[in-house]
Design a protein around this ligand. Structure first.
Ligand code: CO
Length: 134
């Protein structure tokens, strides 16, 4: 079921500062910042040879990463995103195996315009898992 590692997401307080570290110190290829009002975050994608890093900064009131940043004031790894060939089939298989799907269980359009779902960290060794349709 599980496919490629699509990205690792890091929550940050200051997107400009975090982006500059990747661009100017690490020499990475960074995207422009893109506000994602539907998801309550602004994102920057960093393209590495084998995967991507997604930097997330809170956007607006009630951002889903606000509480995470309260607990992790320096920022930190927020989630990991795996690709699956068929997101609904993956969801159904995971649910029947007892994994908890967050929200209403219906895929939403993610930062790349593809369907995504999130899985409860308690079922995946304390790591929030995003599934993205490949
Ligand atoms: Co993500």
């Amino acid at each position: 079921m599980i496919g490629r590692l699509n990205h690792v997401a890091i929550a940050v307080r200051d997107l400009g500062k975090a982006t500059a570290v990747y661009r100017d110190i690490l020499g990475a290829n960074v995207s422009a910042a893109v506000p994602q009002p539907d998801h309550g975050v602004t994102t920057v994608f960093i393209t590495l040879p084998n995967t991507k890093i997604e930097l997330l900064e809170p956007l607006g009131e009630g951002s889903p990463i606000a509480k995470f940043l309260e607990r992790n004031p320096d920022g930190g790894m927020h989630h990991i995103c795996y690709e699956v060939d068929d997101i609904r089939a993956a969801r159904d298989a995971l649910k029947s195996a007892g994994a908890r799907v967050l929200g209403d269980g219906e895929p939403k359009t993610g930062a790349h315009g593809k369907p995504v779902l999130f899985l409860h960290p308690k079922d995946f060794s304390g790591t929030l898992v995003e599934l993205e349709q490949a």
